[in-house]
Ligand binder design. Structure first.
Ligand SMILES: Cc1cc2nc3c(=O)[nH]c(=O)nc-3n(C[C@H](O)[C@H](O)[C@H](O)COP(=O)(O)OP(=O)(O)OC[C@H]3O[C@@H](n4cnc5c(N)ncnc54)[C@H](O)[C@@H]3O)c2cc1C
Length: 395
């Protein structure tokens, strides 16, 4: 079953965490196969990603320099409501989900990466793991890794008790070609990490590589995120697409109904510095509500969870991706030298779980503190985007 490899790993979820664990397990000689629910990989999911050391380390091992997949920033600036900016020096590399995905996916060309594969059940029989997918396909291996994100089916199958809970705010987002922006906005935003904060909202913006990884001026994209407090009862309305389709964790680009777009522009004109309001107006806005998924277990019989499937951190730490990469590297270290004819290295897996849960809790705590500083998800912060019929006044 494991070919030339030490063992065969079935990886559920083919986003950046799934690809990172595929590389890490291949490096210890495992055969890997990746099963991804999406039918295509073209969505602007995840948008901008701040380059972090764990991501850089894996890219370096793949022969890819972090700077070759990033846009370099030199400064940070805080915008005030009246549009004035306070600047300070802070060099940083910014990449994007699709740029990183491509850098990780290309070297995995020989590996099985099956799209349209939504996990339905997992069965463990000795050292044989069978994953069954909703289209009737089944796959056999010796170890299963759940890298299937916040709504993880793997997690539900292994640990039915924990559920994501809404954090009290959403992220309106945009990812626009820089060529679509007027010069005065580009002059302000280019080369800088720009922030704005007010009670119950925070907005940030930076440039990332273009849709095909371009880094040269004129071909990059402008990535922005506007965190805003929204009552849970208003979520279903805001997560309804323009054709009436109901979304749960992500309202994709192109789905924003015109009346919500008008509401967003009106709120941006009222609450944001004029430059950010203009940016919102120019963008094809999409949305991600922020959820907390508290961690519980990461290891089960011949299976493990990594990345968001294991537990989430608030996006303000900019470390969700790097946490997934750290989980992946540690899991491979724990499984090094294991072959399916042996008992699982239970001690090493347990040590990995403890170490990664502790890292996750530290990051989660820091994310909560950063959110609280902007009154995000706290009752004292304002509430925005109330739908008709909601109780209370707009914040
Ligand atoms: C608003 C916002 C901003 C963020 N900004 C940043 C940032 O700047 N930097 C950063 O590092 N992180 C950021 N994050 C966090 C980051 O997006 C995640 O931590 C990261 O994407 C985790 O990767 P993952 O591979 O674990 O999960 P995901 O990227 O969620 O991938 C899970 C994959 O599993 C697939 N899948 C789901 N269910 C199944 C199934 N049943 N069968 C098969 N496949 C399945 C999905 O289609 C998906 O491809 C942000 C998050 C939010 C909400």
């Amino acid at each position: 079953m494991s070919g030339n490899g030490a063992f065969k790993a079935l990886i559920v979820g083919g986003s950046v965490g799934g690809l990172a664990v595929a590389h890490e397990l291949r490096a210890i000689d495992a055969d890997v196969a990746v099963y991804e629910r999406s039918t295509g990989r073209t969505q602007a999911r995840g948008a901008g990603i701040v380059m972090q050391p764990e991501v850089e380390a894996l890219l370096t091992r793949l022969g890819v320099s972090a700077s070759s997949v990033s846009v370099e920033l030199h400064e940070r600036q805080q915008l005030h409501t009246d549009g004035r900016a306070a600047l300070y020096r802070a060099p940083q590399l910014m990449t994007a989900w699709d740029t990183l995905y491509r850098a990780l996916r290309e070297p995995l060309a020989p590996v099985c990466y099956r799209l349209d594969s939504s996990l339905r059940t997992v069965r463990v029989d000795g050292a044989e793991v069978t994953a069954a997918f909703t289209d009737g396909y089944t796959a056999q291996g010796n170890f299963l890794v759940g890298a299937d994100g916040i709504g993880s089916m793997t997690r539900r199958l292994l640990d039915a008790t924990s559920q994501p809970t809404y954090a009290g705010y959403v992220a309106w987002r945009g990812l626009e070609p820089e060529s679509a922006l007027p010069d005065h906005l580009l002059d302000l935003l280019s080369g800088r990490f720009t922030f704005f904060g007010a009670s119950g909202m925070q907005m940030l913006c930076y440039l990332v590589p273009g849709a095909n990884g371009e880094r040269e001026e004129g071909s990059r994209r402008v990535n922005w995120v506007w965190y805003v407090n929204v009552e849970e009862s208003d979520l279903p309305h805001l997560l309804t697409g323009r054709t009436g389709k109901q979304f749960t964790y992500f309202l994709p680009p192109g789905e924003l109904p015109p009346e919500t777009a008008d509401q967003i522009i009106a709120e941006a004109d009222t609450s944001l510095p004029p430059q950010f309001a203009e940016l919102v107006r120019l963008s094809d806005v999409f949305m991600q509500p922020v959820f907390d998924l508290p961690p519980r277990r990461m290891v089960a019989d011949h299976a493990a969870l990594i990345g968001d499937a294991a537990g989430t951190v608030r996006p303000h730490t900019a470390s969700g991706t790097s946490k997934a990469f750290g989980d992946a590297a540690g899991l491979a270290a724990a499984l090094r030298d294991w072959t399916p004819s042996q008992e699982l290295p239970a001690q090493a897996l347990h040590a990995w779980e403890l170490h990664r849960l502790s890292r996750l809790l530290t990051l989660a705590e820091s994310g909560l503190q950063l959110a609280a500083r902007s009154m995000l998800g706290v009752p004292e912060g304002g509430q925005f985007f109330r739908s008709e019929g909601s109780l209370g006044e707009p914040g």
